[in-house]
Design a protein around this ligand. Structure first.
Ligand code: AMP
Length: 281
């Protein structure tokens, strides 16, 4: 396992690599969700590069950035155990050198809605800019992303297509704890009590899946079902949206597979989750 800090070092290491390269971008504090992406990449590529960079420009809240968990030594061990060969862990100066003045901004409704509406337009500017830089630095055949960040996948795909970045984007399913809670680096900040309250989020999503299987197709009814399940644990969602999985436009009727995306803050910890609701024929 090699740990490199600069793009120049990374390019040196990759020049000598034989076979294809797979890439998994992360913000560290690795958990089983990240490891599932690394394993998926390793199944298809000789060499897997994992980046660890807590990207300041995608945080709209300075306290959230400051509280973001960091555990590089452990991350390097975990990444290696899942099959990574290189960890790229640059500092902020490396990614945003003095005088940095370029932003990759994906416009339109895919960045305005959901996380864009909640966290502000600068969130996805930060995401698109850092992902573009990382994809260009690594030059992988494919990069692996989690379905947990469904909107991020839509935005990254748009950006990669528009800029002609020659890296395929692969999506892996959301990894969940046995309780159903979607794995997240932020989960370590939940108290035991809040962790148990947070289970209302996957429970709400499951109830919507059940309701849709039973024939419910009205977004208003589905949203209020989810709201009531969250409210029983004293959780007021930032959003519960039913949208087209590709355009992220709100749907008026579940005639086709529909993404239900939720964001909620539980005990001061902001959590997101989603599921694809597939209507019965
Ligand atoms: P992050 O470190 O949170 O920026 O996430 C890095 C990558 O891991 C992103 O592509 C996420 O979508 C993915 N990821 C995070 N949590 C999970 C999870 N529970 N299951 C699958 N992928 C995940």
């Amino acid at each position: 396992m090699r740990v490199v800090r600069t793009v120049a070092e990374l390019r040196d290491v990759l020049r000598g690599a034989r076979g294809g390269v797979g890439f998994v971008p992360t913000m560290g504090a690795l958990h089983e969700g990240h490891l599932s992406l690394i394993r998926a990449a390793r199944a298809h590529h000789e060499l897997v590069v994992v980046s660890i960079f807590v990207n300041p420009t995608q945080f709209n809240d300075a306290a959230d950035l400051a509280a973001y968990p960091r555990s590089e030594e452990r991350d390097v061990e975990l990444a290696a155990s899942a099959g990574a060969g290189v960890v790229f862990a640059p500092d902020a100066q490396e990614m945003y050198p003095e005088g940095f003045a370029t932003t990759v901004s994906v416009s339109g409704s895919i960045t305005r809605t959901l996380e864009g509406a909640s966290r502000g337009s600068t969130h996805f500017d930060g995401v698109a800019t850092i992902v573009a830089k990382l994809l260009l630095a690594v030059g992988a055949e494919a990069a692996y992303f989690g379905a947990k960040d469904a909107q991020q996948v839509v935005v990254v795909r748009r950006m990669v297509t528009d800029l002609g970045i020659p890296t395929r984007i692969e999506v892996c399913p959301t990894s969940r704890e046995e309780s159903g809670l979607a794995r997240s680096s932020r989960n370590t900040r939940l108290s035991p009590e809040n962790r148990s309250r947070a289970l209302a989020i996957p429970r709400a999503l499951q109830s919507l899946e059940t309701a849709v299987r039973a024939g419910e197709s009205r977004p208003v009814a589905l949203r209020s079902l989810a709201e009531s399940i969250l409210a029983a644990e004293g959780i007021a969602a930032e959003y519960i949206e039913l949208v087209d999985p590709e355009t992220l436009e709100p749907v008026t009727d579940l005639a086709a597979p529909t993404l239900c995306a939720v964001a909620a803050t539980v005990g001061g910890v902001r959590l997101i989750d989603n599921t694809l609701l597939v209507p019965v024929k």
